[in-house]
Design a protein around this ligand. Structure first.
Ligand code: PLP
Length: 395
């Protein structure tokens, strides 16, 4: 490992852009200035860029091109899906089912809807972070209008039983949304086979630019179906089938399309390569450090995610020491703010607040090398050892 290099192991937070994506975005910033809604050729050139990106993105999840709606982020896609379905269907019922480990982009729109009189069930998960489809089935009532369960968790990497959930939703005639921001482009997804009605994704988690996302909306490609089961949450022009008004971010969307194409090409190779790296990372870390354990499911987990618990240490201290050692990772402890609340995900899988504070998420990606994993594996044991020596909570 060259000592001047920085080892980035936080791909679940965001990814560096692929150089090929940067080329595409740059090209369109320079050349594709037309408004895709304009009828002149500069506009039509921009419309063609959107068409191509939509095709590439749809292909990655076996969707129809016209069912892809561009948004400004994964968060916005989640908000349109949840608030849009709730408002459109409030005469049919006021009950929503979600899980207790959703990203804040799903959790907080649900909490906002509760203030407006909706009834939200936050399904518990088991110690691996799995939703139980039988419990889900039991919670469905005549009032249930929406199920929103994430495809894979951003902190612990657990992949949910989306196949079973989709079937249950279909059999009970309930709309099914999945936040697939972490899974999209990383594991195979087929929206038709899985009975998914709505799916959110984000470009910056798949080596594309920040500030671009999409919502797959089943059957929105046909004009008569526009808005049949979902309302927009923002009002303006008729862009994106009336679902998301705003002039589209053409260069960003072009980059998203290119990022999706590369993911589709690389998927079979990258899954196997990253699983090997991940499993070596997990095994060696657990073998070399006492009182350490894995959070999330050992097998049903994203190829790029490892989440460790280290007893008697603070995740934030580990992060600072790793950063001094030129390694970037993440923790479920006191994330991003002055809040001392442990992550709701780690609490939901049964960790005590103290143990949740000793968590470390290591997430890898397409640019992660064997040498980088070696470097992390060399650095981490002495860091944990040193922190435990000075820890006030050491047994
Ligand atoms: C990152 C992430 C989001 C938010 O996506 P943005 O494009 O950053 O708004 C939503 N859900 C999950 C699971 C994520 O990992």
């Amino acid at each position: 490992m060259n000592s001047s290099e920085y080892v980035y192991l936080d791909y679940a937070a965001t990814t560096p852009m692929d150089p090929q994506v940067i080329d595409v975005v740059e090209k369109h910033f320079k050349n594709t200035y037309g408004n895709p809604s304009s009828l002149h050729s500069a506009g039509q050139k921009a419309a063609k860029v959107l068409y191509n990106a939509r095709t590439s993105i749809a292909s990655l999840i076996n969707a129809d091109r016209k069912d892809i709606i561009f948004t400004s982020s994964g968060t916005e896609a989640d908000n349109i899906a949840i608030q849009g379905v709730a408002h459109k269907n409030k005469d049919r019922g006021n009950h929503i089912i979600t899980s207790s480990i959703e990203h804040h982009a799903v959790e907080n729109p649900c909490k906002f809807l509760m203030k407006q009189g909706f009834d939200v069930t936050f399904l518990p998960v088991d110690k691996f972070g799995l939703v139980d489809p039988i419990k889900l089935q039991e919670e469905i009532t005549n009032e249930t209008i929406l199920i929103s369960i994430m495809f894979a968790n951003n902190e612990i990497g657990t992949i949910e039983p989306i196949n079973d959930i989709g079937e249950i939703a279909k059999d009970n005639d309930v709309i099914f949304h999945t936040d697939a921001v972490q899974a999209f482009g990383k594991i195979p997804i087929d929206v038709k086979e899985l009975n998914i009605d709505l799916l959110s994704a984000s470009a910056h988690k798949i080596y594309g630019p920040k500030g671009v996302g999409m919502l797959y909306m089943k059957n929105q490609g046909i004009r008569q179906n526009w808005g049949k089961y979902i309302d927009p949450i923002m009002f303006g022009g008729g862009h994106e089938r009336n679902m998301r008004p705003s002039t589209e971010n053409v260069p960003g969307i072009a980059g998203f399309g290119k990022a999706a194409e590369i993911c589709e090409e690389e998927l079979p190779i990258e899954i196997n390569r990253q699983i090997k790296l991940r499993d070596r990372l997990i095994k060696t870390t657990l073998d070399s450090i006492d009182d350490s354990y894995l959070n999330g499911h050992p097998k049903k987990r994203l190829p790029n995610n490892a989440n460790f618990g280290f007893k008697y240490v603070e995740g934030e201290s580990i992060l600072l020491d790793l950063d001094s050692g030129k390694i970037a990772a993440s923790t479920g402890s006191a994330c991003s703010s002055a809040s001392l609340e442990p992550s709701h995900v780690l609490s939901a899988i049964g960790l005590t607040p103290q143990d949740a504070h000793g968590s470390l998420r290591v997430s890898i990606g397409r640019f992660t090398t064997e040498e980088e994993i070696d470097y992390f594996l060399e650095k981490i044991p002495p860091i944990i050892e040193r922190l435990r020596e000075i820890s006030p909570v050491r047994k």
